[in-house]
Design a binder for this molecule. Structure first.
Ligand code: URA
Length: 238
């Protein structure tokens, strides 16, 4: 096995058996003679969390862009880190890359992305002024909803992005992203119209643009949400 395969195998073992059990088994292995069991490098878990040390988005991207922590890594074409202003006051968070994003390596570049750009423009935000990312960085096959395990695995990357960018406001697009970040099993109807504290920022939730393409009658509700979001921004910065 090469180093990557060893790391992946250990990660799978940790995912299946839990860290406690795994670490205990490591200790047992250490007691077995070296001849019988190859010692496992102790820094392996530290290495998989190395991204936490990143001091910039660029550094973070380079540490996580080859991620294979979940099965989405095997099927993606491109890792979609996120794009925009690295000092943005506003972050916009979607669910996960679709086919266009997977091909280009950038979030929201397809039809839903065009609508997002227009929605932002409608409340006087330039797309380049904000930072856009997703809760999962790799495309779920067939554009299915990411599983809770996939989100749990990937959300630490998003949290690190938030830590580095330090946005004041976050707009969450759709129920999957909102539930993933807020850890609330609430409906979109209940989550919309509220302001949630998150780290040093405030989060608001609205419809996902892809949902608006399927149900244009929801656009009115989205319009109300984003106007409220803009008002909050203006109150904070004017
Ligand atoms: N939908 C998302 O949630 N994110 C993208 O990047 C594209 C479509």
């Amino acid at each position: 096995m090469n180093k990557e395969e060893v790391v992946r195998t250990l990660q799978i073992q940790r995912e299946i058996f839990g860290e406690d059990l795994y670490v205990k088994s490591l200790n047992i292995e250490k007691r077995v003679k070296e001849k019988e069991v190859k010692p496992i490098p102790e820094d392996i878990f530290v290495a998989s969390e190395e991204f936490q040390k990143a001091n910039s988005l660029e550094e973070l991207n380079s540490l996580i862009c080859n991620c294979q922590k979940c099965s989405l890594g095997a099927t993606r074409n491109k890792f979609v880190f996120g794009t925009g202003n690295i000092n943005a006051k506003v972050m916009v968070i979607g669910e996960g890359p679709g086919a266009d994003e997977d091909a280009k390596g950038e979030p929201f570049v397809g039809r839903a992305g065009k609508l997002l750009t227009d929605i932002l423009k409608a409340i006087n935000f330039d797309r380049d002024e904000v930072f856009i990312a997703n809760v999962v960085k790799c495309r779920p096959p067939g554009n299915r909803t990411p599983t809770s395990e996939e989100m749990e695995t990937c959300i630490p990357y998003l949290k690190k992005q938030i830590e580095l960018i330090q946005p004041s406001l976050i707009l969450c697009l759709g129920l999957t992203a909102a539930q993933g970040i807020l850890k609330k099993k609430d409906s979109l109807t209940n989550l919309r119209g509220q302001v949630f504290p998150f780290e040093n920022a405030k989060i608001m939730v609205t419809y996902h643009p892809a949902a608006l393409l399927r149900n244009p009658n929801w656009k009115r509700g989205c319009w109300e949400d984003v106007q409220q979001f803009r008002k909050l921004y203006d109150e904070m910065f004017s």
